[in-house]
Design a protein around this ligand. Structure first.
Ligand code: MSP
Length: 527
């Protein structure tokens, strides 16, 4: 393991304020796909997720449920872990901010900042949004309401500690400038600079006295540490930073990719790097900001009755189809949309028609013309074969580039590029005509090329839809592990000797009755 290169991926730690819907699940599904991709490429990939359990919001929700906060978050942690198990998320560690391993280090970090003078005592007066745990100035409000969630803010005044953000503003800008991969996609950097840094970075209030469900400031325990300072440090406390055993920290820090949704970009692209600079630590290589999954009538919310939970889709349509939809539906530059219509359509078109039929037809033809044994290839290719080879390799190359840019939807698009080319290839070569004409050489080559290109599809699909990829390998009779590895698609040709497709191909996805399923999803959403 030591010889493999470390690759550390994090998701944000989630607020356990309610059941996670498909939007919240997105970040973790994306991180999981990235982890699997990096494992496939031979990295020692390590993924962290967890829960952000402190703060007034959680305290309030617990109270509403008639529970002590700790009892409430314990129950939510079990629920979150169960969902990730259902979704087959391969995380390596699950950190909870109420764990002693985290709280102790948060206190030490706060103390350290007090010693260095980065944190100083003052008084805070401002407009506070309780659900977002954030103070705003008058000018930051939108229509007099919280700019992040649109809810009421109320005036608050309290003695508080502040973090000297101003001191680091120039260093942060220089860092942005000299590290073009630090923020992906690039336009988020411009947003940060124009909306927050250029207008002048305010010092950040990093303690609260109005409630006490949080980490106590050791030297002044009537204060609790601001939930964002507490939460952001999870990415290093989970690795044992400043603890007796910091082996993981030494191995995995700085993080390779930290994935966050657009609503929390400011905290991760401004405050987080500044905290790290103040600690004298390296900054993550890349922070990737993704857009949101929206509903026709805006954000998903219980009050609107438009929430879709992952379980609804997984139970009826399977895990892979659910993951596919999530990762395919958010473009790089705008929000994605969930509608029952689009879900069913993508299922029927992308999964059943395009991918499922391709595999099914290929398996069927090899059974029919070759008794199931994939024919060997004489090396005498024609223009159509050559084109299929080039297009397949080219999509694979583009797939790698798009994964490098963390563009998950576009990466899937590249895989489907191979799928479409294969379907077109079947139409062009018309194997049934070749069989009739007894053009053995051309038919051999056509079947061989289809199997190779579909094998590329299956190898590339593994991080996103592992069960589907495995089923394709099985149907094609590709059992050798080395033919499923990343290295096996370095070049187009591999030895397929002894590959025998299964006797009766099974449809990868069963076609859905459109009207019926749209109704079903709508009805379940209302429940
Ligand atoms: N607790 C903070 C993060 C602290 S990290 C140090 C938080 N938690 S959250 O539970 O509200 O959000 C978790 C993740 O879900 C975030 O990345 C957020 O952007 C994402 N999403 C929430 N709703 C979403 C959609 N509708 N679509 C896509 N992602 C969404 O923020």
């Amino acid at each position: 393991m030591e010889s493999k290169k470390p690759f550390y991926i994090t998701t944000p730690i989630y607020y356990p304020s309610g059941k996670f819907h498909i939007g919240t699940a997105y970040t973790t599904v994306a991180a999981d796909a990235l982890k699997r991709y990096k494992l496939l490429q031979g990295y020692d990939a390590y993924m962290l997720t967890g829960l952000d359990e402190h703060g007034q919001k959680i305290e309030t929700v617990a109270k509403e449920k008639g529970k002590e906060p700790q009892e409430y978050v314990d129950q939510m942690a079990a629920q979150a872990k169960k969902l990730w198990e259902t979704m087959d998320i391969k995380y390596d560690d699950f950190i909870r901010t109420t764990e002693p391993r985290h709280e102790k280090i948060v206190q030490e970090i706060f103390d350290y900042f007090m010693e260095t003078g980065d944190i100083y005592k003052g008084e805070y007066e401002g407009l506070y949004c309780t659900p977002c745990e954030t103070f705003f100035t008058e000018t930051q409000l939108v229509d007099g309401k919280c700019p992040d969630c649109g809810r009421e803010v109320k005036p608050m005044k309290e003695e508080a500690y502040f973090f000297n953000m101003k001191k680091y503003a120039d260093r942060l800008l220089e860092y942005y400038d000299s590290h073009p991969d630090f923020i992906k996609p690039d336009y988020r950097k411009t947003e940060m600079i124009n909306n927050f840094i250029k207008p002048g970075l305010e010092d950040l209030c990093v303690s609260r006295t109005s409630f006490d469900w949080g980490v106590k400031v050791k030297k002044d325990p009537k204060h609790v540490v601001y939930v964002w300072l507490d939460a952001l440090t999870n990415y290093i406390t989970a690795l044992g930073y400043k603890s007796d055993d910091d082996t993981l920290f030494k191995r995995y820090w700085p993080a390779s990719v930290q994935i966050v949704g657009k609503d929390i970009a400011r905290f991760h692209l401004i405050y987080w790097p500044i905290f790290l600079m103040a600690l004298g630590l390296e900054l993550p290589k890349t922070i990737m900001v993704h857009n949101w999954i929206m509903m026709k009538d805006g954000k998903m919310s219980k009050s609107k009755g438009n929430v879709v939970y992952p379980e609804l889709l997984i139970d009826r349509y399977g895990l892979d189809a659910t993951k596919y939809f999530l990762l395919r539906s958010i473009p790089v530059s705008q929000d994605g949309l969930f509608t029952p219509e689009e879900f069913v359509e993508r299922f029927n078109i992308d999964l059943c028609n395009d991918l499922g039929n391709l595999v099914n037809r290929t398996v069927g033809m090899i059974n029919k013309y070759y008794g199931g044994v994939v024919p060997s290839y004489s090396g005498d290719k024609n223009d159509q074969d050559k084109d299929l080879e080039d297009v397949t390799l080219n999509h694979k190359y583009e797939f790698e580039n798009k994964m490098e840019e963390l563009q998950f939807s576009n990466s899937l698009g590249e895989i489907w590029g191979i799928v479409s080319r294969c379907n077109k290839y079947i139409d062009e070569t018309a194997p049934w005509v070749l069989a009739k004409e007894e053009n053995k050489e051309k038919l051999d080559s056509a079947m061989y090329h289809l199997v190779q290109s579909i094998r590329f599809v299956a190898v590339l699909l593994q991080p996103f839809m592992p069960e589907t990829a495995e089923s394709i390998f099985e149907q094609l009779g590709i059992n050798k592990p080395e033919l499923k590895e990343w290295d096996s698609i370095k070049e187009y040709h591999t030895d397929l000797k002894n590959a025998k497709v299964i006797e009766a191909g099974k449809p990868l996805f069963a076609r859905l009755d459109k009207e019926q399923e749209i109704e079903y999803i709508k009805k379940e959403m209302k429940k």
